[in-house]
Design a protein around this ligand. Structure first.
Ligand SMILES: NC(=O)c1ccc[n+]([C@@H]2O[C@H](COP(=O)([O-])OP(=O)(O)OC[C@H]3O[C@@H](n4cnc5c(N)ncnc54)[C@H](OP(=O)(O)O)[C@@H]3O)[C@@H](O)[C@H]2O)c1
Length: 262
């Protein structure tokens, strides 16, 4: 990534996004901070400008609204100083599938997947043409675990991982680095916003530790960074098993167990 290029961070008003903002300001990057709560973004921006002498712009947007997504897309397409996109804004799910309304499902998918993919789509052609830049997508270990009972949220996070792996294959040869970060439970407001008492969780990572670990993965140019995964070979084994499965998919005929006896 170009030294000191501008970093655009979605969901920068709290939690993981606000912590990324602090860390990149400390590294000397100018920032564009995106979220709905303008007052909170301004407070963070004022503090970081004072502490780190960087330029910080606040861009208020509700990324569930198409018009606001288009505004951020335009910025990503047109501002050649922006060299890194951190696709972080996200909401979790409150309640199980049977309690979710159609509107809940739409909002979750609009923010966690549609906005994320559109913003990546807005910046990627410019970065590919420049042969430089990075896209960081915040997924979740929930995207690996239907067992966690957060089906729609987990599905959006599985999308984030898949999209990141696909974009890496399409863009890395063009000089664009894509990173998927998969946190587990981290101490932020996301839990309260979803109506879950964080104290009911057995284990929680502090947000600073999570982002610092994710940045070590970023500096190493890892494709997938899972800070809470202790044995890294488990991930490699999973990917190898997936490749083996793909190698056994043949297209001309159905597998024997699905063939009718004739
Ligand atoms: N904390 C965890 O345990 C955990 C675990 C795995 C993955 N993650 C992922 O980490 C990411 C950041 O979450 P967090 O834990 O830092 O939670 P958070 O503190 O609740 O932050 C969420 C951010 O997204 C923004 N946001 C929410 N709705 C938005 C909308 N409609 N339009 C634009 N921005 C919106 C919020 O700002 P405004 O309200 O100002 O808009 C806030 O800045 C999410 O993608 C989440 O899924 C979190």
């Amino acid at each position: 990534m170009t030294i000191h290029s501008t970093v655009l961070i979605t969901g920068a008003s709290s939690g993981i996004g606000a912590t990324y903002a602090e860390r990149f300001a400390k590294r000397g990057h100018n920032l564009v901070l995106v979220a709905r709560d303008k007052a909170r973004l301004e407070t963070l921006a004022t503090r970081l400008r004072q502490e780190h002498a960087v330029n910080i712009e606040v861009l208020q947007a509700d990324l569930t609204k198409v018009g606001d997504v288009e505004t951020v897309e335009a910025r990503l397409r047109e501002d050649s100083k922006i060299g890194t996109l951190i696709n972080n804004a996200g909401v979790a799910q409150s309640g199980g599938f049977l309690e979710q309304t159609g509107e809940d499902i739409s909002q979750l998918i609009a923010l966690n997947t549609t906005a994320l993919a559109r913003l990546a789509g807005a910046i990627a052609p410019r970065l590919a043409a420049a042969g430089d830049g990075a896209i960081i997508n915040i997924g979740s270990v929930v995207g690996l675990a239907p067992e966690f009972g957060m089906s729609v949220y987990g599905a959006t996070k599985a999308f984030v991982l898949f999209l990141s792996q696909g974009l890496n294959l399409e863009l890395s040869s063009k000089g664009v680095y894509v990173q998927a970060v998969l946190p587990a439970a981290t101490r932020t407001e996301i839990w309260e916003r979803a109506g879950i008492d964080i104290n009911s969780l057995a284990e929680v990572m502090e947000v600073g530790e999570l982002v610092d670990a994710a940045l070590i993965g970023f500096d190493r140019r890892e494709l997938v960074t899972i800070p809470p995964l202790f044995n890294e070979s488990r991930w490699e084994t999973l990917q190898a098993a997936r490749q083996t499965l793909l190698g056994d998919i043949r297209q001309t005929h159905a597998a024997e167990r699905y063939q009718t006896a004739s």
